[in-house]
Write a protein that binds this ligand. Structure first.
Ligand code: SF4
Length: 94
């Protein structure tokens, strides 16, 4: 298990995240941490049919999750979303 996977499992077990009970990925979270050059298409497709995709993405953005696919968005896509939301931070290179 990678550090990112361990973090994912840890965060999913946090109380107060009731959306996780309806997650389409329950029981198959390993696919959300593809290796570089691995399969990113299948997990993103699963996310698109997930009833809690918005909640999942919101959680990942608010918690600063850096690893894996959350809410159908890759690490790079979430980083770009954060930079658009916080342009001053982007200018500073943070
Ligand atoms: S959006 Fe994707 S990663 Fe998030 S809970 Fe649903 S299936 Fe899992």
């Amino acid at each position: 298990m990678t550090a990112g996977q361990a973090q994912f499992y840890s965060k999913l077990s946090i109380r107060g995240q009731p959306w996780r009970d309806a997650a389409a990925c329950r029981g198959s979270t390993q696919i959300f941490f593809p290796e570089q050059g691995g399969n990113w298409k299948d997990p993103k497709e699963l996310c698109m049919s997930c009833p809690v995709r918005v909640e999942c993405l919101d959680f990942a953005l608010r918690s600063g999750e850096k690893h894996g696919i959350w809410g159908g968005k890759s690490e790079r896509q979430r980083r770009e979303m954060r930079q658009v939301a916080h342009p001053v931070t982007r200018q500073r290179g943070v």
